[in-house]
Design a protein. Structure first.
Length: 407
């Protein structure tokens, strides 16, 4: 509800939103105050730590102009100060909330502590493993850095060097114009737009590309006073690279304080990568790998939480060989019995969604399929990941089936 309130409020200047929706949502959130400096929470977000949830709700309310939250703010800033100072995510939220209610001196104190939590990469140390909106991993790092940038920009020039470093970190996480998941992207755009308005760039800049010290092509000239409407790229050829050799690729700029860039690398691997901690794993197998046309088969699926903690929204993707058709009733039965909470079928992939999983929980279920067309078929490999952490995917084996024609 706090997330929705923030979205509706920020849409108001540019999109027709019924203000009654914002008023009702804000009134409902305020009615959830527990009288002890926190908020009563029920349902899918119960596992979010109190400090994390309370900081986010307080920030969203103050962003929307609601300032009568002294008890809730004091509970975190004064009573639970030691806990607050260990988590950059909560610190940044509360610093922004304090600025929103004109408690600027206390806000700057939190900005100073926040600066002490900045890593060499520009990211911010945090204690909890997920955000109020259940972002994990890289997405949570982006959210935390973005909130820190917004806080430091409000704190004044003395903190700009920390904001510069955090913006550098955010830029390096861009993937095809997206910064992690939905909420982390929203906060990243918010921080970068504010940063650009406060820290204007040098009007003219030039960027050169070097491979092993050799300049490739001519430098690209960038006029920062004119909007860039298309990507700027260098004319790379395959003969610029030497197979089997390590090469150093450099971007060098002149005349600009910072220029965003992105690098995209695509590759395939026959098996899942080793040495990575996967929050959730998946296995899928056909109970019979040989079927006759019109025969019904079963796919056994297992999703396992590999963590000793609760994990948020979980996704399993099962590749269905092309000659098989899913019996939709079997999926609806799984939803009715709350084994899974949602599903969709995309390009011969069955996507199943769980709202979350308890520590080390294993969810097992079967789906029914019908052999539709004879032949030998293979599906996409199965995969599993957290909805807000899809940069870390576990890959399982692909299903294969032989379907014989009716004799």
């Amino acid at each position: 509800s706090a997330y929705a309130l923030l979205l509706f409020s920020e849409m108001l200047p540019t999109y027709p939103v019924d203000t009654a929706i914002c008023e009702r949502t804000a009134t409902w959130l305020l009615s959830r105050r527990d009288g002890r400096g926190g908020f009563v929470r029920e349902g899918a977000y119960d596992h979010v730590p109190d400090n994390t949830a309370n900081s986010y709700i307080i920030w969203t309310l103050t962003q929307c102009g609601i300032t009568q939250l002294d008890a809730e703010i004091n509970n975190l800033v004064l009573t639970k100060r030691q806990l607050l100072e260990r988590d950059g995510y909560c610190l940044a939220l509360m610093a922004l909330a304090l600025y929103n209610v004109q408690r600027n001196f206390e806000a700057e104190e939190l900005c100073l502590v926040l600066a002490s939590l900045q890593n060499q990469t520009g990211s911010i140390q945090r204690e909890h493993v997920f955000s109020a909106t259940c972002s994990w991993g890289l997405s949570l790092d982006i959210e935390t850095a973005s909130l820190a940038v917004l806080a430091w920009l409000r704190a004044g020039e003395i903190y700009y060097r920390y904001a510069d470093k955090a913006v550098g970190f955010i830029y390096t996480q861009c993937n095809s114009g997206i910064f992690g998941q939905t909420h982390s992207s929203v906060l990243a755009y918010k921080a970068l737009l504010k940063y650009a308005s406060v820290r204007p760039q040098t009007p003219i800049a030039a960027v050169s590309l070097l491979i092993d010290g050799q300049q490739i092509g001519e430098p690209l000239r960038i006029d920062n006073s004119v909007p860039i409407t298309r990507p700027l790229s260098f004319p790379l050829r395959t003969d610029h690279f030497k197979p089997g050799n390590e090469q150093k690729i450099e971007l060098m700029e002149e005349g600009a304080s910072s220029i965003p860039y992105s690098v995209s690398i695509q590759y395939t691997s026959p098996k899942t990568l080793e040495g990575i901690v996967y929050p959730v794993t998946i296995s899928a197998r056909l109970t019979k790998i040989e079927l006759i046309e019109n025969e019904t088969g079963e796919i056994e699926i297992s999703l396992a939480n590999s963590q000793d903690s609760v994990i948020p929204t979980t996704v399993g993707s099962i590749g269905i060989p092309a000659g098989l058709e899913i019996v939709q009733d079997s999926l609806q039965d799984l939803i009715t019995s709350e084994v899974i909470h949602y599903y969709e079928i995309i390009d011969q992939r069955l996507m199943v969604y769980l709202r979350g999983m308890m520590p080390t929980q294993v969810v097992k279920f079967n789906i029914s399929v019908v052999a539709a067309i004879s032949g030998h078929y293979g599906g996409y490999p199965s995969s599993s990941y957290l909805y807000y952490m899809d940069e870390v995917k576990f890959w399982g084996t692909a299903l294969e089936v032989d379907i014989k024609p009716v004799s």
